[in-house]
Design a protein around this ligand. Structure first.
Ligand code: NAD
Length: 350
């Protein structure tokens, strides 16, 4: 099969990461870049591909097989709608949109046009998530009961001086970081029905939260407790434990999730499994069978690209649909609302 032509709109931090993955792939090639910046124009020259100041020009001139949208959040939906109108499959970076109302527009257009839309929650493609989900789905943990999760890390102080908007409402870890965790939790435990949250800015003292404690109730009845902080000097985050992004310091003895069921528990991503062999063995006085789930580590961004190619070719349905993107955004907004109101917020489907 000839390589699939993929164009990238938005050649900033994550756009360049996608371009690097495309450059390593034998199944696809970079066909064009759309980004008004001079840096992007220079990058297009380096890769020997056409450069366009706008996505509109790219779509009418370059006829790509697929487009990756790695542009600022507010552009995701209008640009995805342009791709749908042009009949071009699109990978939209997370979050799907900057508002739920905008995300709903994209979900409706995706359904109306039977469009190929993949949302860039790339951890969904991680072998860690695949194996954790397999352990749950094959019943090794029994009936799921509870999850303890964390995303605790220390963002360097210059992160806040370089971009002062990060100190203001909306610039904190709930809106910036949590959406990745929400997709992981939904993948593992199903739909989230209710949330409660408490936030604190006691350490950094900015208008925005630096720490949040969140409680989830899933539609299945599973409860999860999640601690989020960008000012806790702890390794208990996906970034620092998964070993998937070499930019972060890495600790192979720490976990970010513990998933517990009626027959056992799985710690992620060390993949340590503690289970009872038989239902009648279950007692806190008796030892568990202890094992480690085998894991072949692979770069989820690369696996996401392979999947996007299969979506373009009509071989796979999007693993992370526009509807997933909308639900993830809804949960994040519900958490922000729960923290502000100190009320339990219920989520509706659809
Ligand atoms: N999946 C992940 O882990 C991950 C990581 C980082 C960022 N992101 C997401 O990717 C998106 C981009 O983030 P970033 O950190 O790369 O931002 P960035 O600011 O580094 O890059 C954005 C790029 O878009 C370009 N741009 C602006 N307007 C444009 C337009 N009209 N058409 C085309 N290009 C335009 C800018 O010139 C810039 O180069 C955001 O939605 C962000 O949430 C996802």
């Amino acid at each position: 099969m000839p390589p699939v032509n993929i164009a990238v709109a938005g050649a900033g931090v994550i756009g360049r990461a996608h371009i690097a993955v495309i450059a390593q792939s034998s199944q696809c090639r970079l066909s064009a870049i759309a980004d008004p910046s001079e840096a992007a124009q220079a990058l297009a020259q380096t890769h020997g591909v056409p450069w366009f100041a706008t996505l509109d020009q790219l779509l009418t001139t370059a006829s790509p097989d697929g487009v990756i949208l790695a542009t600022p959040n507010a552009l995701h939906v209008p640009q995805a709608l342009q791709c749908i109108a042009a009949g071009v499959p699109v990978l939209v970076e997370k979050p799907i949109a900057h508002t739920v109302a905008d995300a709903q527009k994209l979900v409706q257009a995706t359904q109306a046009h039977q469009a190929k839309v993949l949302i860039g929650h790339h951890r969904a493609h991680s072998p860690i998530m695949r194996e954790a989900k397999a352990v749950i789905d094959d019943g090794r943990l029994g009936q799921l009961v509870s999850v303890v999760g964390s995303a605790m890390f220390y963002k360097p102080d210059d992160y806040f001086t370089q971009a002062p908007w990060r100190r203001e409402a909306g610039g904190g870890p709930i809106l910036i970081n949590l959406i990745h965790e929400i997709h992981n939790l939904r993948m593992l435990c199903g739909e989230i029905a209710q949330v409660q949250a408490m936030t604190s800015n006691a350490v950094r003292g900015f208008a925005v939260e630096d720490t949040a404690s969140i409680t989830f109730r899933f539609a299945s009845g599973v409860l999860a407790s999640f601690m989020l902080s960008d000012t806790a000097a702890s390794a208990r985050s996906w970034e620092q434990t998964s070993q998937e992004n070499k930019a972060y310091a890495s600790y192979d003895d720490e976990d970010c999730y513990v998933i517990a069921g009626t027959m056992g528990s799985l710690s992620v991503p060390t993949m340590r499994l503690k289970t009872y062999a038989k239902a009648e063995d279950r007692s806190w006085f008796k030892p568990y069978d202890i094992s480690t789930v085998a894991l072949q580590r692979e770069d989820p961004l690369r696996l996401q690209m392979d999947h996007f190619i299969r979506v373009i070719q009509g071989l796979d349905a999007p693993l992370v649909s526009a509807h997933d993107g909308l639900q993830n955004l809804r949960v994040v907004e519900a958490i922000a609302q729960a923290a502000a109101s100190q009320q339990t917020v219920r989520l509706s489907e659809a």
